[in-house]
Design a protein around this ligand. Structure first.
Ligand SMILES: *Cc1c(COP(=O)(O)O)cnc(C)c1O
Length: 359
């Protein structure tokens, strides 16, 4: 069903912040996308409206039982043109998350068209500084006022936009990570592979623990054996082992990152062997000790690639590549960001043009 998109423009526009140095996700643009779902009407009321608070019932199901999923992607300003990176993949994943949480799917093509219109309206908000972008946050939540435990009958979808500074300064700074062996992020058969809001609430205690111990991120082990490497913070994890790129295989509790998927394709293109397998934390420790593991990095939309310089495994700190970014990590970062900023050829057709000419 093709839907009509109503557009209501804001009366007054906000002053835009100086993007350099602003904390992630703290400023929002003038407009947002909004759409409602009811069992009778399906998805309806698709509209671009002024960004503003709205009413919600105190008994809204999302507040009580957590039916909330989200997505995250970035719009880049390339010489005045606005582009997205593989947005179709984000809407496909949104639908997989919705399905897992017993929520109604959205028409991905329509959602992308609505996002395109929203970004056209907000193109002055897409910053053009090195590494800067307009972060795109779609969210769907249950707003039916009902306290019974069953899938809700009404939902709201929003897309809000937030200018973000570059994750790094002049170079990629390695992070320190703590291998968490008490708390787990996700379990087999659970909801780890969905971008489900509760997963992030559940991660905060371990994140705080890692920070208190002096580490920036948590390395999550699997929830069944607590022995196999899953993710780092809210990023997928990669190792360079004997010159090959190695990453945990998708097992149902790992979030299938679009950055992960893209890096696998690019690494193969660059001639690296890529291995997706179950990775035991003891083998990681051994590999770092005997020098077969030379680089470790996280991968996700926010940082693109985040080198790991220090890794605490069961109480011992290991330095990786002298706490410097490694050659393979840098090469993959340059390749992916090169495509995202249209400096390198987009052989795979990953770049989605929002505007062809702006101003
Ligand atoms: C979003 C996310 C990722 C990275 O996914 P991208 O599509 O690459 O941004 C990895 N792990 C978790 C837990 C995530 O929420």
């Amino acid at each position: 069903m093709t839907q009509h998109l109503q557009i209501t423009k804001a009366q007054t526009l906000k002053e835009k912040p100086e993007v350099a140095g602003i904390p992630f996700g703290s400023y929002f643009t003038d407009h947002m996308f909004s759409m409602d779902y009811s069992a009778e009407l399906g998805w309806h009321n698709a509209a671009i409206v002024p960004y503003a608070p709205f009413e919600i019932s105190p008994s809204a199901q999302a507040l009580h039982y957590g039916q909330t999923v989200f997505e995250g992607m970035k719009a880049y300003n390339v010489n005045g043109e606005v582009i997205l990176f593989r947005p179709d993949e984000n809407f496909k994943r949104l639908n997989r998350s919705l399905e897992r949480m017993s929520m109604p799917k959205v028409d991905g093509d329509f959602a992308l068209r609505a996002l395109t219109e929203l970004l056209k309206l907000e193109h002055d908000w897409v910053p053009d500084g090195e590494g800067q972008a307009l972060y795109v946050r779609p969210i769907v939540f249950a707003n039916e006022a009902y306290l019974g435990i069953r899938p809700a009958k009404s939902y709201k979808m929003l897309i809000v936009l937030s200018p973000v500074a570059g994750y790094y300064g002049a170079q990629l700074n390695p992070t320190s990570i703590f291998v968490e062996d008490t708390y787990v992020r996700a379990v087999r058969g659970g909801v780890g592979e969905a971008k489900f809001a509760g997963n992030y609430a559940a991660s905060l205690t371990a994140q705080q623990k890692a920070n208190d111990l002096g580490y920036e991120q948590v390395l999550w082990l699997d929830g069944v054996h607590q022995e196999y490497v899953e993710e780092v913070g809210s990023m997928n994890i990669f190792f360079v082992r004997n010159g090959e790129l190695v990453t945990p295989e998708l097992n149902g509790s790992i979030l299938p990152g679009i950055t992960r998927k893209s890096l696998i394709t690019l690494a193969k293109e660059l001639g690296y062997n890529v291995v997706e397998e179950r990775i035991h934390i003891d083998d990681v420790e051994k590999g770092i000790k005997d020098g077969s593991i030379t680089e470790v990095f996280g991968a996700g939309t926010a940082a693109v690639v985040s080198p790991v310089g220090i890794m605490n495994i069961h109480g011992t700190d290991y330095r990786i590549n002298g706490n410097e970014i490694g050659e393979v990590t840098q090469k993959l970062y340059d390749q992916l960001t090169g495509i995202q900023t249209c400096k390198l050829e987009d052989k795979q057709g990953w770049v989605y043009q929002v505007t062809s000419t702006v101003k």
